[in-house]
Design a protein around this ligand. Structure first.
Ligand SMILES: *[C@@H]1O[C@H](CO)[C@@H](O)[C@H](O)[C@H]1NC(C)=O
Ligand SMILES: *[C@@H]1O[C@H](CO)[C@@H](O)[C@H](O)[C@H]1NC(C)=O
Length: 360
């Protein structure tokens, strides 16, 4: 018997803004018919939310969500409280929410290859109920998810209903997202990126393509660790360190010819029973990212707590100016990977916004 969603949760959050939307990127492709009819693919849905009481900050904020998620992640929470975007609207920021290419309101097209499902069981284990599964030591500290975090709990069900299939091939997704992101920045001008998880790879690539239009990056537990994936076991994953497709390294990273990796890596001692990789010294520099301030933020109970340090070390080694903000060290405890939906979400965005104001 299929399990229905639990009863709806009342929506209590309201912010005053005006809303518009548009699509960026993509192209017409043949629809597969003999008479040359066409469809559109590779486009990205973007909505612009502008505070009604006036814009009080020089740069808008663009949210890029993680795998299997959409722009709803940041609007409000599944238990009806204000999300990060709504709170920032109240502070006078223009906010852009998007759905990554080939998911959500950005239509999937088969030419972009197969999809993966982020199942309810994966969400329970890794994100919402990680304390019940203890797949990593810090999971025991998870206290901030509203409700049990299990199927049948109204808040979990309201959250999980927003989950969508994502493209399986990260390289294809990054290429389409980088093109769409460059279009978006060219259209709206300089902005601050707030990325989450798998969306982190897109943040680095947008900044690489348009370094003068990205004023700062706030990376919430970005896809890591370097040269590895936590979801799939695949030696060809993130061969450019933090991305699967090329970045502007100085000196240039070698082309992937004859199966040779573009960056030379060095293995580092195990942390929690797992080895990590950085570049061999002398390390190539990420030249287009060298002038962009980065705040990389990690929750206390997330699986990222044990390895975000290596993403930070990789970025510093490549000449990126990055501050690592660990929520636990700031007295904010118990957060998992979906911290922007958790009970103390506004306490966290308030802290992040202090850093954002500092670079204005
Ligand atoms: C994703 O879930 C749908 C719905 O059950 C299923 O039809 C499809 O085969 C699944 N795809 C993958 C790649 O697991
Ligand atoms: C790096 O930035 C420069 C502009 O500063 C740009 O011309 C170049 O295309 C960028 N690299 C990539 C790979 O986009």
């Amino acid at each position: 018997m299929p399990t229905p969603l639990a009863a709806p949760v009342p929506v209590i959050a309201e912010s005053l803004y005006s809303r518009s939307y548009f699509y960026v990127g993509g192209e017409y492709v043949n629809a597969g018919s003999d008479d040359g009819q066409r469809v559109f693919t590779g486009q990205m849905y973007v909505e612009q939310l502008t505070p009604i009481d006036g814009v009080k900050h020089p740069w808008p904020i663009i949210f890029i969500q993680g795998g299997g998620q959409t722009g709803t992640n940041f609007l409000n929470t599944p238990d009806g409280r204000k999300g990060w975007a709504s709170w920032l609207l109240d502070q006078g920021y223009t906010v852009y929410l998007l759905d990554q290419v080939s998911r959500g309101r950005s239509s999937y097209h088969p030419s972009n290859g197969p999809i993966i499902n982020y199942t309810a069981e994966l969400a329970e284990k890794r994100w919402t109920a990680c304390r019940d599964f203890q797949l990593w030591p810090e999971a025991a500290l998870h206290t901030q998810w509203p409700g049990s975090g299990r199927v049948g709990d109204p808040v979990f069900d309201a959250y999980y209903a927003s989950t969508v299939p994502s493209l399986k091939d990260y390289g294809v997704e990054q290429k389409l997202m980088q093109a769409a992101g460059a279009h978006l920045l060219d259209r709206i001008g300089p902005a601050i990126l707030v990325t989450h998880s798998q969306g982190g790879t897109h943040g680095w690539l947008w900044a690489d393509a348009r370094p003068e239009l990205v004023k700062a990056i706030v990376a919430i537990e970005p896809s890591g660790p370097p040269f590895q994936s936590t979801i799939v076991k695949d030696p060809t994953v993130k061969i450019y360190g933090i991305t699967d497709i090329p970045m502007s390294y100085d000196p240039p990273a070698d082309a992937t010819i004859g199966g040779k990796a573009p960056l030379q890596t060095q293995e580092h001692p195990a942390l929690n029973g797992r080895n990590f990789f950085l570049q061999q010294e002398p390390a190539r520099r990420l030249k287009n990212l060298s002038r962009i301030p980065v705040l990389l933020e990690t929750g206390e109970a997330s699986s990222h707590a044990s390895y975000d340090e290596f993403t930070v070390r990789f970025l510093r080694q490549a000449g990126v100016n990055v501050k690592h903000l660990k929520l636990a060290e700031e007295g904010i405890h118990g957060n998992g990977h979906l911290q922007f939906l958790e009970k103390n979400n506004l306490e966290i965005i308030e802290m992040l916004e202090k850093w954002i104001k500092g670079i204005e």
